[in-house]
Design a protein around this ligand. Structure first.
Ligand SMILES: [Fe+2]
Length: 411
């Protein structure tokens, strides 16, 4: 019986079948090695355990495994996750320490560091074409470099930035059809890389090229959309005498809160856009009311309040905008005690996005410096939020998380 591809190997009576990995699962004296924490499915593993005990479980050979893995990665959501997963699988299969992907960018390669959460961009370090990666890219062939001490082309800039010591490398160019995208490098194998490793990496690179390319393009498109959205909201913030970064700040704080609440990658992306656009409806409020220096009349205040409904209306006309994203804009002035606007909804009726953005919005409004006044100290602003939460205005858990973030210096 062939083992499923998500099992890297197993060990029984000290004998290893397949390969080892960092993710282990013990069952009846057998240690299973898996590629990813996500693969720990106890029910399935306990069933497979029986076959292993009977001595009929066969781990897939590397050549069989790679197409399965490439197919699985083809369904990965975004570039960051794709790169992380490639690293996870390929380092186990080639029994190496790390994997890096470099993208060609005009006259150099960019080494990507995948960190920074949902709103964080993928950082990159430029790598010259005279480097090992550059050599692989320009030669368009898979190459092994087992002695970096003698290798002048080894570019130490990435090692320095990533606090890593590269000892040996196997690298393969990445193509999407005729388009040259970059290079995949696998680093540090005990005893050095062999010809077989080069062949496997080349096979994988051929299978994953198009996927990497489409993820890269999608990521660029998302960034562009985010930048356009931010440009619009910055204009709105400026007009409203907020600091020009208000919407951006609200988005950042909201995403940090959402992460601690365990929202998925997709939900965090939606929350980020919803929070960035929470005040987009102010575009429909005239200057004479929005910028009126004195006290507003009852009618004028009603018009101000309508920015929530106008915002939700603008968003609901956009394709691919989800219900949660619309609710974030609609409900960011609702309060849990029912004293908010536009509808006076109460705790259980207000969406999670609405409750998160409400807290982030008030905190940034209190701490941000306006044209006519200096921003409050963080601690003072938080005390106000705590007091209001005791009075039932805000979601207690969300305000607690904000407190943690303030203590950690994250906001
Ligand atoms: Fe607002």
């Amino acid at each position: 019986m062939k083992a499923p591809y998500w099992i890297a190997g197993y060990e029984q009576f000290g004998e290893l079948h397949g390969r080892k990995s960092k993710v282990k699962y013990e069952c009846d004296g057998i240690t299973f090695y898996l590629f990813s924490e996500d693969d720990i499915d106890k029910a399935k593993l306990n069933k497979i355990c029986r076959y292993a005990k009977e001595g009929v479980l066969e781990i897939l050979e590397d050549e069989e495994l790679i197409p399965h893995i490439a197919a699985r990665l083809n369904s990965a959501l975004n570039l960051k996750n794709l790169l992380k997963n490639i690293e996870k699988y390929i380092s186990v299969i080639l029994d190496a320490e790390a994997v890096s992907i470099l993208f060609f960018s005009g006259d150099h390669l960019e080494f990507f560091v995948t960190e920074g959460g949902a709103s964080g961009r993928i950082e990159s370090i430029p790598v010259p074409m005279e480097s090992i990666a550059g050599t692989i890219f320009l030669n368009k062939k898979t190459m092994i470099f087992n002695d970096l001490n003698k290798e002048k082309r080894h570019f130490k800039g990435v090692d320095k930035a990533a606090k890593f010591v590269t000892k040996n490398i196997v690298g393969s160019p990445i193509f999407a059809g005729d388009i040259e995208i970059g290079v995949i490098e696998v680093l540090n194998k005990e005893g050095g890389f062999k010809e077989k490793d080069a062949k496997l990496l080349e096979l994988f690179s051929n299978l994953i090229g198009r996927k990497i390319y489409s993820s890269l393009k999608l990521d660029e498109m998302k960034r562009l959309i985010k930048d356009i959205v931010t440009a619009i909201t910055t204009a709105i913030d400026k007009r409203d005498n907020y600091t020009h970064t208000h919407s951006k700040n609200v988005a950042r704080i909201s995403v940090l809160i959402g992460e601690r609440l365990g929202l998925s990658e997709k939900e965090l992306e939606e929350l980020e856009i919803s929070a960035t656009l929470h005040d987009v409806g102010k575009i429909g409020i005239s200057d004479s009311i929005l910028l009126k220096p004195g006290k507003l009349t009852k009618e004028e205040y009603e018009i101000i309040k309508s920015h929530t409904i106008i915002g939700a209306d603008i968003l609901s006309n956009l394709k691919h905008v989800t219900k949660n994203m619309i609710l974030g804009a609609l409900e960011h002035h609702e309060r849990c005690d029912g004293n908010g606007y536009p509808y006076g909804k109460k705790n259980g009726e207000i969406s999670l996005f609405g409750r998160i953005i409400a807290v982030a919005d008030v905190y940034d409004a209190l701490t941000g410096t306006r044209v006519y006044r200096k921003g409050m100290e963080k601690s003072t602003a938080y005390e106000i939020l705590l007091r209001d939460t005791k009075e039932g205005k805000f979601d207690r858990r969300i305000v607690e998380i904000l407190g943690e973030l303030i203590n950690e210096g994250a906001v």
